[in-house]
Design a protein around this ligand. Structure first.
Ligand code: PLP
Length: 253
């Protein structure tokens, strides 16, 4: 097998609604090859998340390092981390991988809760903030509005374009290479996300707001973005392509 790879580290959702199975689907659909290492094994159905167990961190590191050594990994995509020890191990792994491969993209989807409300990171808000701040310097970070609220310690989630832009600026101040703050939880006829990279201007990415609920859209968007970056696409081009692909996925869901 050949072709640019995305190494996805995230939770295994056996129902396939979200997590690594959704990541693999999106990465393949966007023309890259998925390599998947679980960080946590979850108990989930298509309706709800019931619990999760972390994997052994020594195994996780060995599995990911083997792939990084022998496969053509152009991007790493992080999803659910589950526990703080796993988050710390993954942060060390990412630092090591970026040092060894300048130009490697890292897309970080901060997964804190399932849509059914189950916690997917065993941590307080403050611990989550510290864990993601440590990853930010390597990353294009892709929070939705409630995740941005927690990561930035805001009282309210960002709800309109100006506050999404402000959230993106603050994520860059934390050190992120770029931020894609998703406005899907806001109201209005259009769903607007804001992309901002270091040294750039905010780019609004708007799409029709669909009255549809589907699981795993955050996983799919971040994975589709990572696949575009792995294929050498420019960041805003990859983000637009990823958003369009998720919209088509939602229309069919
Ligand atoms: N389970 C895993 C393993 C995930 O990575 C994620 C999301 O990112 C979820 C569940 C949450 O998905 P949903 O918002 O569809 O519940």
């Amino acid at each position: 097998m050949s072709g640019p790879c995305v190494l996805a580290l995230g939770g295994l959702d056996p129902s396939g609604g979200a997590g690594l199975l959704a990541d693999a689907e999106a990465i393949r659909a966007r023309g890259a090859r998925p390599l998947c290492v679980p960080t946590a094994l979850t108990v989930q159905t298509t309706l709800r998340a019931r619990g999760h167990t972390p994997v052994d961190t020594a195994w996780l590191l060995e599995a990911a390092r083997a792939l990084l050594e022998e496969e053509d990994v152009r991007a790493i995509k992080l999803g659910m981390l589950g526990t703080l020890p796993v988050a710390r191990a993954v942060t060390g792994l990412v630092a090591e991988a970026v040092a060894a491969r300048p130009g490697l993209w890292v897309v970080v989807d901060p997964v804190l809760f399932s849509s059914s409300g189950a916690p997917l990171l065993d941590a307080t808000d403050e611990e989550a903030r510290i864990a993601y701040a440590a990853l930010a310097e390597f990353a294009v970070i892709t929070p939705n509005a409630p995740e941005a609220q927690i990561l930035l310690g805001w009282k309210e989630p960002p709800t309109h374009q100006a506050s999404l832009e402000q959230a993106a600026r603050e994520l860059l101040e934390l050190g992120a290479r770029a931020a894609l703050v998703k406005g899907g939880h806001a109201s209005g006829p259009r769903s607007v996300d804001v992309l901002l990279k270091q040294g750039g201007q905010p780019v609004p990415l708007a799409a029709e707001r669909l009255r549809k609920e589907a699981r795993g859209t955050g996983c799919r968007l971040a994975s589709a973005l990572a696949a575009g970056l792995a294929r050498g696409q420019e960041l805003s081009w990859a983000a637009r392509g990823a958003k369009q692909w998720v919209l088509e996925y939602l229309q069919q869901a």
